[in-house]
Ligand binder design. Sequence first.
Ligand SMILES: C[S@@+](CC[C@H](N)C(=O)[O-])C[C@H]1O[C@@H](n2cnc3c(N)ncnc32)[C@H](O)[C@@H]1O
Length: 232
Amino acid sequence: MGEIEAHESKLYSDFAPLYDKIFGKIYYARLKQVIEDLGIAPGAKVLEVGAGTGTSFPAYPPHCEVIGIDLAPDMLSRAREKIQENGWTHFTVMEMDALHLDFPEDSFDYVMAFHVVTVVPDPIRMMQEVKRVCRPGGRIVIVNHFTTDFPVFGTLTEALDPVTRHLGWRTNLRLRPFIAATELQVETVYKLSKLSLYTVLVGRNQKDRYRGIGSTNLESHSIRAMRNGEES
Ligand SMILES: C[S@@+](CC[C@H](N)C(=O)[O-])C[C@H]1O[C@@H](n2cnc3c(N)ncnc32)[C@H](O)[C@@H]1O
């Protein structure tokens, strides 16, 4: 059998209730601040890819319309329970692959990906889909752990990648090659605290740059660059 991919981990299908208990509170604190800082306008349409159990959901203002998609039905069941328990009417969740989004172009004002880019099998493909369904000038918001460029820690976390893949995420994704490969027009990149392992990346969707490039070349170059940890 080949090497396991992060998204194939049973963590996201078998352990949805446990996931909430272990990660829910820690993740929510950071997502709440990120979402509040965006100042989402009334009527805005928001897509959250890999929404899981809906960790972030309490943070969205009720005046926006949020669709959450995920591949794992058990994670989505938990999200549905939360929606029902809270009487939220501004959420819809559906089973869908973030690599093949079933929405027309320019459908959303915001597309969020929280703790997901290191889980999906092909982050570049996911970002192409994210850019396609986000309207021009819309915002793309990513919160994730990226491998540090600091030599010792970077090498150490990369070495852990085969282990963490079994648990459900990869640790060999570097920030700069990711930004270059996805051609994200970055507005802000920051950490919520000095010691945080997580990076918040807010970008404006710029369609022309993305449409003008042959996606095959972009994919092969970027994936190769990311695999090799190149600073392209
Ligand atoms: C680490 S969890 C993050 C969940 C949520 N965003 C959070 O912050 O708590 C990663 C999620 O990505 C989902 N996922 C993995 N591959 C996916 C794919 N190809 N399409 C959609 N969701 C996917 C998993 O099922 C899981 O719910």
